[in-house]
Ligand binder design. Structure first.
Ligand code: A3P
Length: 345
């Protein structure tokens, strides 16, 4: 009898304890997200009068996954009306560079309560078939957001595709353009690694990087190789500058985004006229992944997919030296045009 009573008491204590821990966790999670509930301003106007620019409480829940379906573009008419949601054309686009860290940049910017990302690469401006579908098709591809939030999309092929600057200009001549770059030789090897992995997945063989990057006839750098051409950043940027002034671009240091993401993100917040909301709390180093991962709140965090952060193959040092020498003058020009200098060799 006594034993039964004790067991009953233990059971009651367990239930009460679980309830207390649950409530405590809930409170901590709420506080973690509430401290980010600050007044926000839209991209084009700096800090407006308090109250006017504030994001309602539900906006954070919306961003943190509660209404995840909305962000994928799935919302009923009733939900759209109830939450006053809109599908907006992007106010900023990450136009490249492929393998520069475009996904990490988009995901990290999405930590900001005023930013809503288009999860997929839309390839509207670089794909003729998509472009022919018209701007409304593009807008419908955008996630739902509150009117005071800004939508950002990324399609790295935009940077190197001939027709894209004019097409984006026709949509919005004052759009903000983000370019994330890495040391050009490392970026080219990363580009090669991605293609190599694709071939291996299909059980196909592929050339060594050295064979593709160096012309066997001249022993010079093979400028016909796409991974090399893409890394000549200044050549591509010059085409863009025929349509947009340099002030409309912001260059992100992709190498620094890997090792020290916060200061790079703070520069982007500034460029987009967003109040600083991304903090060190939102970024934590995951030793297993070897990269920074994202923390939205105490319960929701994520790392990028395994396809980001591949191990690069060993490349002959003489080829690396040759490539670095080749990129050097282009890099100097790039620094000069952009006003941002990197310690690239
Ligand atoms: P590697 O795979 O060569 O390491 P993109 O998204 O433009 O394809 O760029 C991929 C690169 O993003 C990766 O190249 C990786 O180094 C870099 N990157 C930057 N920050 C990262 C992060 N937090 N997690 C994973 N990869 C990151």
């Amino acid at each position: 009898m006594l034993f039964k009573q004790q067991a009953l008491l233990r059971q009651k204590l367990f239930v009460l304890g679980s309830l207390a821990i649950g409530s405590l966790l809930y409170l901590v999670a709420r506080v973690g997200s509430l401290d980010r509930l600050q007044p926000l301003c839209p991209i084009d106007s700096r800090f407006g009068p308090r109250g006017q620019d504030e994001i309602p409480l539900r906006a954070l829940q919306f961003k943190r996954g509660l209404l995840h379906e909305f962000r994928k573009g799935n919302a009923t008419k009733e939900q759209i009306r109830l939450h006053n949601l809109v599908q907006q054309l992007p106010k900023a686009i990450i136009i490249g560079v492929r393998k520069g860290g475009t996904r990490a940049l988009l995901e990290m910017l999405n930590l900001h309560p005023a930013v809503v990302k288009a999860s997929q690469e839309i390839h509207f401006f670089d794909n003729d078939e998509n472009y022919a579908k018209g701007i409304e098709w593009y807008r419908k591809k955008m996630p739902f957001s509150y009117p005071h939030q800004i939508t950002i999309e990324k399609s790295p092929a935009y940077f190197i595709t001939e027709e894209v600057p004019e097409r984006i200009y026709k949509m919005n001549s004052s759009i903000k353009l983000l370019i994330i770059v890495r040391e050009p030789t490392t970026r080219a090897i990363s580009d090669y690694t991605q293609v190599l992995e694709g071939k291996e997945r299909k059980n196909k063989t592929y050339y060594k990087f050295e064979k593709l990057a160096i012309d066997p006839n001249t022993c010079e750098v093979n400028t016909k190789y796409k991974a090399v051409r893409t890394s000549i950043y200044t050549k591509h940027l010059e085409r863009w500058l025929k349509y947009f002034p340099i002030e409309q671009f912001h260059i992100v240091d992709g190498d620094r985004l890997i090792t020290e993401p916060l200061p790079e993100l703070q520069l982007v917040e500034k460029f987009l006229n967003l109040p600083p909301r991304i903090s060190q709390y939102n970024l934590y180093f995951n030793a297993t992944r070897g990269f920074y991962c994202l923390r939205f709140n105490i319960v929701f965090n994520k790392c990028l997919a395994g396809s980001k952060g591949r191990i690069h193959p060993e490349v002959d040092t003489s080829v690396i030296t040759k490539l670095r020498k080749f990129f050097h003058p282009f890099n100097q020009k790039f620094y000069q045009i952009t006003g941002r200098t990197f310690k690239w060799p």
